[in-house]
Design a protein. Structure first.
Length: 201
């Protein structure tokens, strides 16, 4: 019964990780799109907007925001550095919400009417800011997900650590009995183990 429960939990965790993949991709793509738009129009034009709402060093901050959104969005889509990027990207969203969108209420879609030129929309509320912030926090707290660079690096690091510790724990097949190239690779990946458990070879 315990074994069945453990397998069920593993399947549920795997399923949940797959569900987070489209969330990571769409949030990352959103930041890439916004960052690219700022860069293509020229950060100076965005800097003028920042100056209007009272941001210090607006033109420098405009470059920082545009590059952070563009590069950070690419990293999110790749599943790399998700947790560290959550803070600066969330700060951008919170600042936009407080300085611009909060005064217009919650809704991000305000259809004013349909004219011959097309649909007309009113000011955008803070709904989308909250969705982006919630998505970032969800990804950061969930850890590396499927199809991510973070998961690949974590798995590779854990595999090397497990292999190295296992080899050093077996006298007959320890580091001294490995061929020179493999021995050097094992030792380079386990210096911390050798420093604490065995003298340097």
């Amino acid at each position: 019964m315990k074994q069945y429960s453990s397998e069920t939990r593993q399947d549920a965790n795997s399923y949940t990780e797959w569900l987070l993949v489209p969330l990571r991709l769409i949030i990352g793509f959103g930041f890439v799109a916004h960052g690219y738009a700022k860069l293509s129009r020229g950060p100076d034009s965005f800097g003028a907007i920042l100056q209007t709402i009272g941001i210090l060093q607006p033109y420098f901050v405009a470059w920082v925001i545009a590059l952070t959104e563009f590069i950070g969005g690419i990293c999110l889509m790749a599943g790399a550095f998700v947790a560290p990027l959550t803070l600066p990207l969330a700060v951008i969203m919170i600042t936009a919400m407080l300085k611009v969108h909060l005064q217009y209420g919650f809704s991000s879609v305000r259809l004013k009417g349909i004219t011959a030129a097309g649909a007309e929309f009113g000011p955008i509320g803070y709904e989308m800011n909250l969705l982006y912030i919630t998505g970032l926090l969800t990804l950061a707290l969930s850890g590396p997900t499927k199809l991510s660079l973070g998961r690949w690096l974590s798995t590779r690091k854990q595999a090397k650590k497990t292999m190295s510790v296992s080899l050093l724990a077996m006298p007959k097949f320890g580091a001294a009995h490995l061929t020179s190239p493999l021995r050097n690779e094992v030792l380079s990946n386990t210096r911390f183990v050798l420093a604490d458990k065995r003298p340097h070879l």
